[in-house]
Design a protein around this ligand. Structure first.
Ligand SMILES: Cc1cc2nc3c(=O)[nH]c(=O)nc-3n(C[C@H](O)[C@H](O)[C@H](O)COP(=O)(O)OP(=O)(O)OC[C@H]3O[C@@H](n4cnc5c(N)ncnc54)[C@H](O)[C@@H]3O)c2cc1C
Length: 432
């Protein structure tokens, strides 16, 4: 371990995996045929599979790694409305009514996830705790207040403005210029949620094959021939749910998603009383930087989980850990001597229009591109794409039929990422 900032037993793996180790699934032979094959066992894939398996379709979920190995057990567990572009931007691109429908889908995804977890009785520390969105300068605070006070009619959400003078009610730092609390936003233990979902998918009769990369998808009469490292399956329908890990298996999709690493550390347990001083409530936190920091207390309030993007190109968690620690200490100097117990990363999928996309191409269904906010939206659109596979009218979404854009010469390797991050960092440092 290169740095004394790490505890001697620090793990370069998600904190969540301490409590929910990766599931050891039995390595059974794959069936020769299936009604539905789902590629990817994160929230998107499992929700699609839950729909099709519960509707009686023989469903097989296949993952290249352990079940849930991707972002779905690595994330920060922050659940928001998940749509990044504003109403004005969406209206310019898609018309006023479609724009509203897209934003409503974001609100629905948040509400629906809470309802789903409650209805299924999944024990995963889900709570509507609210998100404190902190302004990193005065200009951004004014913009947050303006937005909170002029919410579009029919799309209003409960928001609380927190001026800088009252900020310590939310966070033990003066590094921000105030902020707003989105009261409906929620937090969850992402791995326990995934575990509960996986159990329900298996209970519904779906087979889940881990450590079994899919290497070829070949449309043919009546379905798709799915080639995997452990043999072939002839599937009537296929769902691709690979998000930030989308690769050469689906070149058309690979040209449309931009994989970006996101990095997180967990601190060792804090000294008594410090958590209540720094994070008096269980709220999740993010800030207005374009290269955002997102953080929260662990569900048991012993540690802080702090995430962000610390390097212009992808790096190793052993290197990103100390960089994140420096950013954490800049916000909370009292954490200077608190060490890192876990450091990890995962790949989210951005898109060129900053919207998620789902649809069907060459007979293959897909849902992906959550732009870093897929806990709610990935779950929701996974459920919807499952309904679309079943041909149900309920499967319709406001995202259907949106053009899924790429750019000339882009093949899935984002050469433009480093210059973009440098530019955004420069902007974050200026008062804009
Ligand atoms: C560090 C981090 C923090 C985040 N924090 C938040 C947050 O706080 N809130 C939020 O809303 N979102 C957050 N996200 C994003 C969120 O976790 C994702 O959007 C969401 O989990 C995507 O789920 P998914 O099922 O679509 O993809 P994933 O969970 O990434 O699953 C994709 C799976 O596809 C598999 N796969 C790929 N190729 C193949 C193949 N050829 N054959 C078989 N399997 C294949 C992979 O092995 C992987 O398991 C974060 C992400 C990261 C990395």
């Amino acid at each position: 371990m290169p740095s004394t900032l790490f505890t001697p037993d620090a793990r370069m793996a998600p904190y969540w995996w301490d409590h929910v180790p990766r599931p050891q699934l039995p390595e059974r032979a794959l069936p020769a045929t299936a009604d539905v094959v789902v590629v990817g066992s994160g929230y998107t894939g499992l929700h699609a599979a839950l729909q099709t398996a519960r509707a009686g379709r023989h469903t097989v979920v296949v993952d290249a790694e352990d079940a849930g190995w991707g972002c779905s057990t690595r994330n920060g567990g922050q659940v928001s409305t998940s749509v990044k572009p504003s109403l004005a931007v969406l209206a310019r691109r898609h018309g006023a009514e479609r724009a509203r429908e897209i934003l409503r889908e974001g609100q629905r995804s948040l509400a629906w996830l809470g309802e789903f977890i409650a209805a299924e009785g999944i024990d995963c520390d889900f709570g509507v705790v609210g998100r404190f969105h902190a302004a990193h300068n005065a200009v951004q605070f004014d913009a947050l207040v303006r937005a909170a006070q002029s919410q579009p009619a029919g799309l209003e959400v409960p928001v609380q403005i927190v001026p800088r003078s009252e900020q310590r009610r939310e966070l033990g730092t003066d590094a921000y210029w105030g902020g707003v609390v989105y009261l409906h936003h929620a937090s969850v233990d992402p791995a326990r949620y995934h575990q509960g979902l996986l159990q329900r998918v298996q209970a519904a009769g779906a087979e889940v094959a881990a450590r079994c990369p899919v290497t070829r998808l070949q449309p043919e009469d009546g379905g798709v021939r799915v080639t995997t490292a452990r043999g072939e399956i002839r599937a009537r329908q296929v769902v691709v749910a690979t998000n930030g890990y989308t690769g050469a298996l689906t070149p058309w999709l690979q040209r449309r998603v931009i994989p970006i690493g996101s990095y997180v550390i967990a601190t060792e347990p804090l000294p008594a009383g410090l958590m209540d001083e720094l994070m008096p409530s269980q709220r999740i936190v993010s800030d207005t930087r374009k290269v955002v920091f997102y953080y929260r207390p662990s569900p048991d309030r012993t540690r802080i989980l702090f995430g962000g993007r610390v390097s212009v190109s992808e790096t190793d968690p052993a290197l990103s850990g100390p960089l994140l620690h420096a950013d954490l200490v800049a916000l909370f100097p009292a954490l200077r001597d608190v060490r890192i117990s876990h450091s990890w990363c995962g790949f989210v999928a951005y898109t060129f229009d900053e919207l998620a996309h789902l649809g069907r191409r060459d007979g293959i269904h897909y849902a992906m591109g959550y732009c870093g906010s897929g806990v709610g939206m990935g779950s929701y659109l996974g459920m919807r794409i499952g309904q679309q596979v079943l041909g149900l009218p309920d499967g319709r979404t406001a995202f259907d039929g949106l053009s899924f854009q790429t750019r000339p010469l882009y093949t899935g390797k984002p050469w433009f990422l480093a210059p973009s991050i440098r530019y955004y960092r420069w902007r974050d440092r200026r008062n804009v």
